[in-house]
Design a protein around this ligand. Structure first.
Ligand SMILES: NC(=O)c1ccc[n+]([C@@H]2O[C@H](COP(=O)([O-])OP(=O)(O)OC[C@H]3O[C@@H](n4cnc5c(N)ncnc54)[C@H](OP(=O)(O)O)[C@@H]3O)[C@@H](O)[C@H]2O)c1
Length: 325
């Protein structure tokens, strides 16, 4: 590499000042570490009650306030200072429509408009691959913000990952205790390319210096072949040295639940919320978290980009054997 190219690379990889939103979330916490490892100055704006004594967070600058309140974001987050990048891992914790519009759309939208007026150059957004085929309320809120971001004139990186390890680990405890692994239908209706928190955080952090990851929507999965829920179950039984035992739940049961809760929801608001949770469940039981090829009308594992080195098998191994101690 020539000296000019080296100097250019060094300038491009200089330390940046980053305002991070959603730093207390699963991916946000990993992203703090990834940004610090790359030499950036990280200012996290978060709800005070959520700040934990987490070693990753303790190495960042913490500012407290209410990220969903524009005035708080302006006065206690940005504080009239310069930031090079805003990176948002904010997301509704329950996926309900009202909360998603407040958090995934509203808080990000306020942050974007303040970022523009404060000379921020680049907005990196943690989004989701499921937005390719939106059917759920929270997906519409997220899409509305993605669209604002793309039209903002700011440089943007919209990262749409596939399934996180945590979302595929909900049955580890029940299987360890000798119970069966639940599957919707055959367990082969969907597949995904699971991505670890650390690999996704590294991918998000590297958007800052990689021009190939700018002004793009970036679907991204973890390494290796796509896997079905059935294969996830088999992996767990294999690690435990036990014969696979599955309980198959017909998808129609979810449809019936959605129908019944939908009817009850005409009268009871609580049932309306439960109907939305059931719709979310049905969506993930029947839609793959892979790149959707609109031409063929199919999800396509081979076209789903991948990053990182962490595998779900290693993650399961850690959960199975750590907790067995
Ligand atoms: N789970 C998956 O498999 C998967 C796959 C692909 C994409 N995604 C996407 O990834 C995102 C979720 O990431 P994650 O699991 O890291 O999220 P998470 O752990 O639920 O964290 C959400 C973050 O947003 C903040 N937040 C939520 N509601 C807030 C509110 N009302 N006011 C202020 N802050 C609020 C939380 O702060 P507090 O700590 O204060 O609550 C937290 O920092 C979503 O956009 C999802 O669609 C998920």
């Amino acid at each position: 590499m020539s000296d000019v190219a080296k100097a250019k690379e060094a300038t491009e990889k200089q330390s940046r000042r980053i305002l991070l939103l959603g730093a207390t979330g699963t991916i946000g916490r990993a992203t703090v570490s990834a940004l610090l490892e790359r030499g950036h100055e990280v200012v996290c704006f978060l709800r005070e009650q959520s700040a934990r004594s987490d070693p990753a967070l303790s190495r960042a600058i913490l500012r407290f306030g209410q990220p969903t309140d524009r005035e708080s974001l302006l006065g206690h987050g940005f504080c009239g200072e310069h930031f090079d990048v805003v990176l948002s891992c904010l997301a509704s914790r329950n996926g309900e429509a009202e909360d998603a519009w407040k958090v995934d759309h509203g808080a990000n939208s306020a942050a974007l408009s303040i970022a523009k007026s404060h000379g921020v150059k680049h907005f990196v957004l943690l989004s989701a691959i499921c937005l390719q085929r939106p059917k759920l309320a929270f997906q519409k809120a997220k899409l509305a913000f993605e669209s604002e971001l793309m039209g903002s004139g700011l440089k943007y990186s919209i990262v749409r990952p596939t399934a996180f390890f945590k979302s595929l680990s909900g049955q580890v405890e029940r299987v360890k205790s000798g119970k069966s692994f639940f599957l919707f239908g055959s367990g082969e209706l969907t597949s995904c390319k699971p991505i670890s928190d650390a690999d996704l955080a590294a991918y998000l952090a590297d958007c800052i210096d990689d021009p190939e990851r700018q002004n793009r929507i970036l679907p991204i999965g973890g390494p290796g072949e796509a896997i079905t829920p059935k294969q996830q179950g088999q992996m767990l039984f294999d690690l435990l040295g036990r014969k696979p035992k599955f309980t198959h739940v017909p998808v129609i049961m979810l449809d019936m639940t959605i129908g019944l809760l939908g009817l009850a929801g005409l009268i009871f608001p609580a049932a309306r919320k439960k109907a939305e949770y059931a719709r979310i469940g049905r969506y993930y039981a029947t839609e793959s978290m892979l790149l959707y090829d609109a031409e063929s009308g199919q999800y396509d594992a081979s076209k789903t980009p991948e990053t990182g080195t962490d595998t779900l098998r290693e993650h399961y191994k850690m959960l199975v054997f750590d907790q067995a101690d």
